[in-house]
Design a binder for this molecule. Structure first.
Ligand code: HDD
Length: 696
């Protein structure tokens, strides 16, 4: 137990990293230097005469430029582009039988949380809609220390051993000689590495699927990936895999749409998260656990320590135990999102590691990288990284030490009694599971990790036909960007071990003769399909989605108001797009404010669109290229399109009037508007895409 002196000698960590120290002069609005000295002139450097040379004496100028020169810290070597938010985790089902972790004991207990979502390959300024894995890193400030669950939106990983991490990342990142392509996997180096690393094929199926193009962070799952251990009060261990399931369901965008979103709004995902929280539509995920014992692990077809494998939910169900809610944006991006330091090694009593070689390696990498990125060993003093429970130890000094204990004693054991500071706590302290290990020291991949294709096949065959088409299209697109035909062929040789028709159609798309199948260490198992692996087999809803309403002057005011009311009823939001940002003057003379001018609000930014134009307005829209793209893209992306009659000239010119299908809904009455928004709950009219392919 810590002595009173030690407990009081650390300043209380602030949960909110955005709070800044304000001097008395700042509070009165006076600009000061970093030393608090009031500044008289912030427009001109000190110089000799108005046109003369500058003086070194100008301490305000020197301090200002010095500080500016050092504003940047190294971006993360992976996951550089990310966006964070604050929230809480609430326990809904106690896990006290299987873990002593404090946050999993009492139902209803809330634990503060900070979450950072990210892409992996792109640099800090890259666009949000790259085809990529998304990071889903959660920091939980528990009463017994910080627990970081540093996961992704894909439940498996490319490699089995952490020693290969620098290679996969070098291969996917821009080539070292030319420094391109940025935020893309569609290039020789990446596919060269993949084609020589068959263990990556399962993850590749996920990355080529729409999972790698989430509609927003709010509509994607998160996974802890590895098998972890839970340890209960008796010291017994249960294996666990962690899942985050989005409350509003899963949703992704199409590749053609993603490419256009990147141009129209490279901040699409971060803006979505910001807007949702500011609009009090707090994003929410359910935490689910797959619990299993050694007996299951021994009988499972694959090794539970192999991070390239998942455990199908049909074999071990995901039990919901809590919810994660993000209800507060950051106050300062740098202070919180940029400086947050996640470490897989941050676990709390009751949660322990497994021997997964990827996880074991990660436990070194994260701590190490923070030293480089944040400049010293005291990054836990930064508010977003500081535990919110007492932190008492004898680690001291170093760059920027902000929490400095008082008193004489900085070692233990000591004989200073109550003045002697904190002591170990065998009963409360972190218990490492006493796993028995007796093996020879080797550099060897276990036999049980050797099957690289069965789960890749499982994933592919669990998808709907539309999703399978997207995977095929993605592979053809990516491999068509590879300059070397031998790399294309080597990838197809692996696809032959996954699914013959997939391989054949990708080869056809590449105009490539089918190669021999790659040599497989294990025959591919015919596993039963697992529905949860598909996005489109999940229930859908329009809640939390966005309708784009394209309007013109003299458009039917009543119809627009009905649409807006229906959108509100569905728990969705809308944005008005008009020929002028100043808004449209509707049929009843009222002005409807616009959020976007046509062109600034292309249909790729919306989940569904409605076009409500007057007769004259429809003819004007038909002459506008951006308006024509608005309609034709919405159609091509299988979106639901509601249209008033006045919009027909636009649909005509956009080339879709002849092809209108059930996903294109004519709306002229209040009831039509409500019915249209109800239809939008299906999110996309996918048969349109397959019909186009079958026609072809
Ligand atoms: Fe990692 C960052 C997720 C394997 C080394 N990783 C990072 C982040 C996420 C993941 C979400 C961003 C954290 C943030 O928002 O700050 N990484 C994963 C997952 C993996 C994985 C789910 C496999 C299951 N990572 C992995 C390996 C290594 C690393 C095998 C190294 C051996 N990862 C890092 C890193 C990063 C990182 C270099 C860069 C910035 C950081 O840690 O803080 O240490």
């Amino acid at each position: 137990m810590a002595s009173a002196q030690f407990e009081n000698s650390y300043s209380e960590p602030q949960g909110n990293g955005g709070e800044t120290h304000q001097t008395a002069t700042q509070q009165t609005g006076v600009l000061t230097t970093q030393q608090g000295v009031p500044v008289a002139d912030d427009q001109n450097t000190l110089r000799i005469g108005a046109r003369g040379p500058a003086l070194l004496e100008d301490f305000h100028f020197r301090e200002k430029i010095f500080h500016f020169d050092h504003e940047r810290i190294p971006e993360r070597v992976v996951h550089a582009r990310g966006y964070g938010a604050n929230g809480f985790f609430e326990l809904t089902k106690s896990l006290s039988k299987v873990t002593r972790a404090d946050l999993f004991q009492r139902e209803g207990d809330r634990t503060p949380a900070f979450v950072r979502f990210s892409t992996v390959a792109g640099s800090k300024g890259s666009p949000d809609l790259a085809r990529d894995v998304r990071g889903f890193a959660v920091k939980l400030y528990t009463n017994e220390g910080n627990w970081d669950l540093v996961g992704n939106n894909i439940p498996v990983f490319f490699i089995q051993d952490a020693i290969k991490f620098p290679d996969i990342i070098h291969a996917v990142k821009p080539a070292p000689d030319r420094d391109f392509p940025q935020a893309q996997s569609a290039h020789d180096n990446f596919w060269d590495f993949i084609s020589l690393t068959p263990e990556s094929l399962h993850m590749i199926m996920w990355v080529m699927s729409d999972r790698a193009l989430p509609r927003s962070f709010r509509f994607m799952e998160g996974f802890g990936v590895h098998t972890f251990r839970l340890i209960n009060a008796k010291g017994e261990s249960t294996f666990v895999k962690f899942h985050w399931k989005p409350k509003l369901g899963l949703q992704s965008v199409m590749w053609n749409e993603a490419v256009k979103i990147n141009g129209a709004d490279p901040d699409f995902h971060r803006r979505d998260l910001w807007d949702a929280i500011k609009g009090e539509n707090f994003p929410e995920w359910e935490l689910g656990v797959q619990l299993f014992d050694q007996k299951f692990a021994d009988s499972f077809e694959f090794d539970v320590l192999d991070a390239t494998k998942l455990i199908p939910e049909e074999q071990v169900p995901v039990e919901p135990v809590g919810r994660l809610v993000l209800d507060r944006t950051v106050d300062n991006f740098f202070a919180e999102t940029e400086q947050v330091a996640f470490c897989t090694q941050n676990v709390v009593p009751g949660i322990d590691f497994s021997d997964d070689p990827l996880l074991q390696g990660r436990n070194f990498s994260y701590l190490d990288t923070q030293l480089k990125r944040l400049g010293g060993p005291n990054f836990t003093h930064i508010p977003v990284n500081a535990p919110r429970c007492p932190m008492t130890h004898f680690q001291q000094d170093g760059h920027m030490a902000m929490k400095n204990p008082k008193g004489r004693v900085n070692y233990e054991p000591n004989s200073w009694g109550a003045m002697g500071g904190p002591r170990e706590a065998p009963d409360k302290g972190f218990p490492t599971f006493a796993a028995e290990v007796s093996e020879t020291k080797v550099r060897l991949r276990p036999e049980s990790f050797a099957d690289h294709y069965s789960q890749a096949r499982l994933f592919f065959l669990s998808q709907t036909p539309v999703e399978q088409k997207h995977i095929r299209d993605a592979l053809v697109f990516e491999l068509s960007k590879c300059e070397r035909p031998d790399i294309r062929a080597r990838v197809v040789s692996h696809l032959l071990n996954i699914d013959d028709s997939l391989a054949a159609r990708v080869a056809e798309g590449l105009r490539l003769d089918l190669p021999e199948p790659a040599k497989a260490a294990r025959p591919t198992l015919r596993l039963p399909a697992s529905d949860p692996l598909s996005i489109l087999k999940h229930p859908t809803s329009f809640e939390g989605r966005k309708l784009g309403i394209l309007v013109t002057d003299d458009a039917n005011a009543e119809l627009i108001r009905s649409l807006i009311a229906a959108v509100g009823k569905a728990g969705a939001v809308y944005e008005v797009i008009a020929p002028h940002i100043g808004g449209a003057i509707l049929s009843d003379g009222s002005t409807l404010p616009a959020a976007q001018k046509i062109g600034g609000g292309p249909s790729v930014l919306y989940d569904a669109v409605a076009i409500v134009a007057s007769d004259a307005g429809g003819h004007e829209l038909a002459k506008d290229a951006a308006a024509r793209d608005f309609a034709s893209d919405a159609f091509a992306h299988c979106k639901f399109i509601g249209y008033a009659d006045g919009a027909l000239p636009l649909l005509q010119k956009a080339g879709i009037a002849e092809s209108l299908d059930e996903g294109c809904v004519s709306i002229s009455t209040d009831a039509d508007a409500a019915a249209f928004v109800e239809t939008c709950a299906k999110l996309r009219h996918w048969v349109r895409e397959l019909a186009v392919e079958l026609d072809a």
